[in-house]
Design a protein around this ligand. Structure first.
Ligand SMILES: [Zn+2]
Ligand SMILES: [Zn+2]
Length: 371
């Protein structure tokens, strides 16, 4: 039996997504249906609507959500009806090389669940009966979704679901970039380029790790003001600046220990590399357009012993890290309330995307009536 509900669907490239009625099939073996409570509107969703990240359309958007399990398929023992869960846009099989060596964010199964469930099939159809792809095996910008159990993490039912949703992408990615990927040390100097949902969390990840100086870099004053509340000790507005790299290097004294490109642009990654002191680490967190390139001086790579590394999903181990982040929130050390700067109903989703593309500060979250 299928379930009819509203969902946010990307139909045509370069256009805002639309809200439509879709049908969700019951869960099959290993799967669960969830009633969503909240879903964050992430830059990657926007990238799917404008082609920066190539996804086959039509596509049910959403990969940063939390909700309650309403049905489970055969063979599901990890979840029961009524459980509270966060979606994980990385499917984690638990058996592959990466899962077994503590790097489930690189799970091979997730490569088979980019726009379908891991078995290559879909549980989503539009009113005309056409199959709808789902963003990273999730498609959780909808009132209901049927996803594989490997794309869910069970959480404590006391955790507010709208706050929990953000852990599913922005918070895990940003905090994880600092804590898991870069392993920021206490007393260090960090520079964070781009202070959107992920950048703000890279800043608070550096703060949680004890960085002494955290420089927030952006083009918007309201965004930089918000960055201070997330732990930035200094802000730098690049608007109208002639030599950003030199100025930032000077501001840090003798270069940064860590620099994070949370925008995802070759030029910004090069800037991040450039502001490092010798031996420093630059982390590319934002996902650049497919043809974007980085150029580095090969001799300097050797002589400076700097590290340039990628960071996917904050090098997350979701089943361990999501509960840890909830623990940090509860102890007052992780800011989630301050991250939600705007909320929308599902009918207002197109406006949420318009606001995001205009670069408004903080995170917009869609709250679902059904929850
Ligand atoms: Zn995201
Ligand atoms: Zn795996």
């Amino acid at each position: 039996m299928s379930l009819r509900c509203k969902a946010v669907v990307a139909r045509s490239l370069g256009k805002l997504p639309v809200v439509e009625q879709i049908d969700i099939e019951a869960p099959r073996h290993g799967e669960a249906t969830i009633r969503l409570a909240a879903c964050g509107v992430c830059h990657s969703d926007l990238s799917a609507t404008n082609g920066t990240i190539a996804y086959p359309l039509p596509l049910v958007l959403g990969h940063e959500a939390a909700g309650v399990v309403t049905a489970v398929g055969e063979g599901v023992s990890r979840y029961a009806v009524g459980d509270h869960v966060i979606s994980s846009f990385v499917s984690m099989c638990g058996r592959c090389h990466y899962c077994q060596t503590g790097r489930p964010q690189l799970c091979v199964q997730s490569l088979r669940a980019l726009h379908t469930l891991p078995d290559g099939t879909l549980r989503t159809r539009d009113a005309a009966g056409q199959s709808l792809n789902v963003f990273c095996g999730c498609g959780v910008m909808a009132e209901f979704a049927t996803v594989h159990g490997d794309n869910l993490v069970k959480i404590d039912a006391q955790m507010p679901l709208d706050r929990a949703a953000l852990i599913g992408c922005a918070v895990m990615t940003g905090v994880g970039a600092a804590v898991n990927t870069a392993r920021v040390e206490a007393g260090s100097v960090a520079v964070v380029f781009g202070c959107g949902g992920v950048g703000l969390n890279a800043i608070q990840g550096c703060a949680i790790a004890g960085a002494a100086m955290i420089v927030a870099v952006d083009t918007s004053e309201p965004t930089l003001a918000l960055a201070r509340t997330f732990g930035a000790t200094h802000t730098f507005n690049v608007t109208g600046q002639e030599n950003v790299g030199k100025s930032l290097y000077k501001l840090t004294g003798s270069g940064a220990d860590y620099a994070f490109d949370c925008v995802g642009k070759g030029q910004i990654s090069e800037l991040a590399w450039g502001v490092l002191r010798r031996g420093g680490t630059a982390v590319i967190v934002g996902v650049a357009a497919a043809k974007d390139q980085i150029t580095l001086n090969a001799q300097q790579v050797a002589l400076s012993e700097k590290t340039l590394t990628g960071c996917f999903f904050g090098s997350a181990r979701p089943s361990q890290d999501f509960p840890r982040l909830i623990g940090l929130y509860r102890s007052g050390r992780l800011k989630l309330d301050e991250l939600i700067t705007r909320t929308y109903s599902i009918d207002e989703a197109p406006q949420a995307f318009a606001d995001l593309s205009r670069g408004r500060e903080g995170r917009g979250v869609i709250l679902f009536d059904a929850a």
